[in-house]
Design a protein around this ligand. Sequence first.
Ligand code: E4P
Length: 226
Amino acid sequence: MRLLIDDANMNDIRRLYDLYPIDGVTTNPSILAKTGKQPYEVLKEIRAFIGKDADLHVQVTAKEAEGMAEDARAIIKELGEATFVKIPCIPEGFRAMKALRKEGIRITGTAIYTPMQAYLAARSGASYAAPYINRIDNMGYDGIRVAKEIQDIFEVNHYETGILAASFKNSQQVLELCKYGVAAATVAPAVIDGFVNNVAITAAVDAFVKDFEGLAGEGVTMKNCR
Ligand code: E4P
């Protein structure tokens, strides 16, 4: 399962890339709005940092197909061909996807709440389908179950589209889909921080260091103990 950062804050992106095996960055219009900066200023900074071939997902904001296609071409022109264009899985979105696939533009079907949206995204040529796990939970349904149903549909039909699971509230939700073999998860920095946020882990490591320093001396590590 590929792991992406669902945020546009450069401090968090740099910090998490430094620590973890991160495969890319996803944004949406709300995430860009939180930065308070011009959209392409932020996005170009992210692209420069992660590299021209890394996964970057950027969403169109037009609501009808022709406008979505124009947004998509502008995104690719500004941010490069490796960029995945996120298109909402609404009726006009599928019309845009069918046109854009012919131009070789890579598409992520987004705003997915139901398996049928994901099915249509796959048939319309999307590389990824992005179900919103936590938002589905908040509606009283089961986001993990929806994502698993989508994975089953893709597998049984031999579609090449992968799941880019999105909208997570906790690491348990990410783990459930990792176990199920989804292609990718995009996760907010606070939730990624929670992957290894456990006092038992910290206490275990601290105890190892304390025992070793008791033997070899304070501040001594394996590089300078003799
Ligand atoms: C990704 O495609 C979505 O835009 C994002 O994960 C939504 O996350 P949220 O429900 O935490 O806003």
